[in-house]
Design a binder for this molecule. Sequence first.
Ligand code: SR1
Ligand code: MG
Length: 383
Amino acid sequence: MSYQPFTEQTVVEHVRQLGYLQEGIAECEEIGDGNLNLVFRIRQGEQSLIVKQALPYAKVVGESWPLTLERAWIEQLALREFATVAPRFVPAVLGSDRTLAYTIIEDLSDYEIVRTGYLNGESYPELARHVGEFLGETLFATSDYAAGPIAKKRIERDYYNPELCDITEKLIFTDPFKDAESNNIEAALQEDVERLWQDQALKVEVTKLKVGFVTKHEALLHGDLHTGSIFATQQETKIIDPEFAFYGPFGFDLGQIIAHLTLSTFHDPLKRFERFTDALTVWETFEKTFRANFERAVEPFNTDGFVDELLRTIFSDTIGYAGCELIRRAVGLAGVADLETLPEATRLERKRDALALGTALIKERHSVESIDDLVTLLSGVRV
Ligand code: SR1
Ligand code: MG
């Protein structure tokens, strides 16, 4: 069967033929609200499942931006890989098809997308600890330090994901720092953004971070770990959508989630203490889990003192990547509801804050000595 995008009717017929549904009525709804894919929820009696199918173009832009269907295959491989060390934090994969570019996963209807929950004033008390643990487990397990040279390179081979990496490379590290077509700059911010484009010192630092992104093949990353890629309840957390998965720098996913926790405070300043405490908990839990795992690092990485140096580099990378993401979500493609749903005057102020904070994080990342210093820096923005 060759690739066709499903409709609400054809997807039900397809999964029924595969034996996932009984004869009889099944309800189906397309619920995808992301930038790239179709997402169908199919319900029959008590049973409920999700079929996520890639489109051959970026939905957020249109058919003029073709995009590989292979990302669906990479996504389900990554979910299965993550499940080997952190099964509690990913949805169960029930099936997948490389040609039709879909993955069937357990329905998480009892969960809510964290960004949506935050916009509605919700809090998730376990989220930060879970995300930190997930990253401490998966980043270590897929690295040279745990897997050893042969196994690591075997895993890495499966995650060759050039087109999706190219999106990140352009949209996060290149386009926001020049007059690029993909940018989405509000007229009132034009002068602020032009100042950014003239800041050579900033552009050198962003270039260094981009070099790290393209050259450090340290561990299997989620690649797009924002609050729209996490489902949560008060007790549980599930990380979804790793279609941008690839081997990259340890600090990238950490930076992304810290940036999006920060963006959520731009929408709801009353949650600043809670979200910055969450940012701190993500880092501390990651560090604790990663260090504990490092006890079984293969030689010579278990050399005394090595993990401390490594964590210092991961920390400064994390801060820099968080800064790049803040800038990108204020002026680049794929804005976030945290900012876009604010009334105009507040929105412009917050976007300026995102530019200022992003710049400070990128430039000062090497002088931030502790997570407490980082939280102080994050809190420094007026809201
Ligand atoms: C063209 S894709 C735009 C963005 O959507 C995804 O969620 C990633 O964040 C990507 O950068
Ligand atoms: Mg996504």
